[in-house]
Design a protein around this ligand. Structure first.
Ligand SMILES: *Cc1c(COP(=O)(O)O)cnc(C)c1O
Length: 431
């Protein structure tokens, strides 16, 4: 498969090059030159196939020419070696739980797949590759765990001191090995500025092979299709495909779902469930995408004012607005409604949702209220324990901490402290 840039100024590249580069030189996003059509026999046999086989069949058209079958199967196996259960709330509503991975967030799937592809593609390079990222929270943990122990890859993560949650900090700093956490005495913006400067510094990049693990990377984006297929495997009513509600920020996750549907996965409809950062809702009304600064909310992983992956959704539909509107709608959920929904879910079903999942649930409930006879699922994108205050406020009791997390919190923190000065970062990278 070749990948073209959505800005159409850079040349098409292979899967390997798209994975190593991340973003196209013209600052566009890489997009597959064709969307594979999975054969009907495969779709029909999904309930009987092992998860690893499903993942392999889905990703092979995208990466199979460049990674030998055995290796790609192994990467798939390691990517989804944790449960992804479809939890029933009632006859109409299910929760697809994506938070059972090592950092308790769905980003584990993309990060694990990408890290292993990158390790494979750089296996013969004499120089080690360095993944350099700035994080304000969950991305860093997923990247750290995804790349931990991957040979030939060093990971350097910058995070703002005192500005990530204690769990997030432990997820970044407890691993060691090929993962180094740089604790910057500044803000997330300082971290991001230092990383940007490093990528632009040709003296540095001549000496150290740098890449990013950004969420727009094709090797993080495409494997997110896996769990939509695994949800279908567990979906009982095959005559009545699900409406799928996806808590959305940068729109990578929902875009992977829509891609899966275009490849033949049965889906009734997609809902982009947003908090008040809802420029896509406005787009669906006006056909105009107007980015605006993000506003902080309870579902903070979705506080995005200019969703980077939205251009890929436009690309899937060939920029045909009526087609897009038919397959996808959007909902806006306020923080007050999110809190109320966490409470209601707990009271009605004994189900504890995190703020992102609650946004997804309420968007689905509203849609189903006006579409009788349909049923659906919302993606539960983070473990509720990651947002303990919201859980405690709305259930009246503290959340139980899962054992792996208790063990994590006992690990010593390993971090290198750094002032927010690019030259210090450069010296450190060159030492
Ligand atoms: C990243 C994230 C999202 C948003 O996903 P996108 O692919 O950016 O739309 C939603 N929920 C959680 C918990 C996340 O970490």
């Amino acid at each position: 498969m070749r990948y073209f840039s959505t800005n159409k100024q850079s040349l098409p590249v292979s899967f390997a090059e798209a994975t190593i580069k991340g973003q196209a030189p013209d600052r566009g996003l890489y997009f597959p030159e064709s969307i594979p059509r999975l054969d009907e026999d495969f779709i029909n046999r999904i309930p009987d196939l092992p998860a690893e086989e499903i993942a392999y069949r889905v990703i092979a058209p995208y990466a199979g020419e460049e990674i030998p079958e055995e290796k790609l199967r192994q990467i798939c196996r390691e990517t989804i070696d944790f449960p992804i259960p479809l939890h029933k709330l009632n006859d109409q509503v299910f929760s697809l739980e994506l938070f059972h991975g090592p950092t308790l967030a769905f980003k584990d799937v993309g990060a694990r797949f990408m890290s292993r592809c990158l390790g494979y593609f750089t296996r013969d390079k004499a120089d080690k590759i360095t993944v350099l990222v700035a994080t304000s929270g969950d991305t860093g943990g997923a990247v750290a765990h995804g790349f931990y122990g991957v040979e030939g890859v060093e990971v350097v993560i910058l995070y703002p001191s005192g500005k990530v949650s204690p769990v997030q900090e432990k997820q970044l700093t407890s691993l060691g090995g090929n993962i180094t956490a740089l604790e910057v005495e500044g803000s997330f913006d300082d971290c991001q500025a230092m990383v940007k400067q490093a990528f632009a510094d040709t003296e540095l990049t001549a000496k150290r092979f740098l890449t990013s693990a950004n969420s727009i990377n094709v090797a993080r984006w495409l494997p997110q299709q896996f769990y939509y297929f695994l949800a279908w495997k567990q979906w009982a009513d095959k005559e009545n495909p699900p409406v799928i509600s996806v808590p959305s920020g940068n729109f990578g996750n929902i875009c992977a779902g829509i891609l899966a549907m275009q490849s033949g996965l049965p889906v009734r409809h997609f809902i982009a469930a947003c908090n008040i950062n809802d420029i896509v809702s406005d787009y669906l009304l006006t056909e105009e995408l107007k980015p605006r600064p993000a506003v902080p909310t309870l579902s903070n992983a979705m506080d995005v004012g200019n969703p980077s992956n939205f251009v890929r959704i436009l690309e899937i539909f060939g920029h045909r607005f009526p087609d897009l509107k038919q397959q996808m709608s959007a909902a806006t959920i306020t923080d007050a409604e999110t809190e109320e929904t966490i409470r209601a879910l707990y009271q009605r079903f004994g189900y504890l949702a995190d703020p992102h999942g609650a946004v997804g649930y309420l968007a689905l409930e509203r849609y189903l209220a006006t579409h009788p006879g349909e049923k659906g699922m919302f993606l539960e994108t983070a473990h509720p324990v990651k947002f303990p205050e919201a859980a405690e406020r709305n259930t009246g009791k503290p959340v139980a901490i899962p054992v792996p997390l208790q063990l994590l919190m006992q690990q010593p923190k390993k971090a290198v402290r750094l002032m927010p000065d690019y030259h210090l970062l450069k010296d450190w990278l060159l030492q």
